[in-house]
Design a protein around this ligand. Sequence first.
Ligand code: PGA
Length: 253
Amino acid sequence: MRRKLAAGNWKMNGTNASLAEVQILTRNHPAPSVDLLICPPATLIVQAAALTADSPLEIGAQDCHAAAAGAHTGDISAVMLAEAGARAVILGHSERRQDHDESSALVSAKTQAAWASGLTAVVCLGETLAQREAAQTLDIIADQLDASLPDGATGTNTVIAYEPIWAIGTGLTPSTAQIAEVHDFLRRRLADRFGEDRADTIRLLYGGSVKPSNAMEIFATSNVDGALVGGASLKAADFSPIVKALEDCAATP
Ligand code: PGA
């Protein structure tokens, strides 16, 4: 069975004061029945990792460079993130694909770099509203999945996050039927490429406007193994009920 995962993506939000939220989460969830990951901005990773050292809550990053070191002003390598205390890294988020022109080939190279440093890659995929309206969603998802994932993907080193771009930060969410369609498709496509046994270990997260009020319904959807949460991960008061909903769902056979 895949262990469920609640992951928070703080994006470019959070200063030292926000570390209090991490502390509250460790107190709220001393022994969670699901995996917990918070990805703060890179500046907070060392402190957040220290604060959570004795807790099951893990700390991740939001991007890395594909190279281990070199002349890349402003970039951070996976080696550095691992040393800072990160256990995972979000790669290919739509905001990076759009704002920084990241291709799936680059995401694949970054994924290799993450693995080489022992980080779990949380690889993000998602269609635009125009692509959905043109009935291209599954084609886009297939292309992104194939090109963003290197051959060595396993349930230990990789998590996939389906995040429709039009649902991110908008308050809009797909219907559970639309989420199920994509997640079932992803599971089949992983099975075609890696075989069913390996595909069955890779967790598929949904992301895009997940909040306490819609979490339960989304978590009950076919092939949804958890969520990648943006805005509602910034405050423990919002994220904890989402974690609780995932725990409740994990407890329901
Ligand atoms: P949101 O962001 O929950 O604020 O919509 C999700 C994400 O971009 O990972």
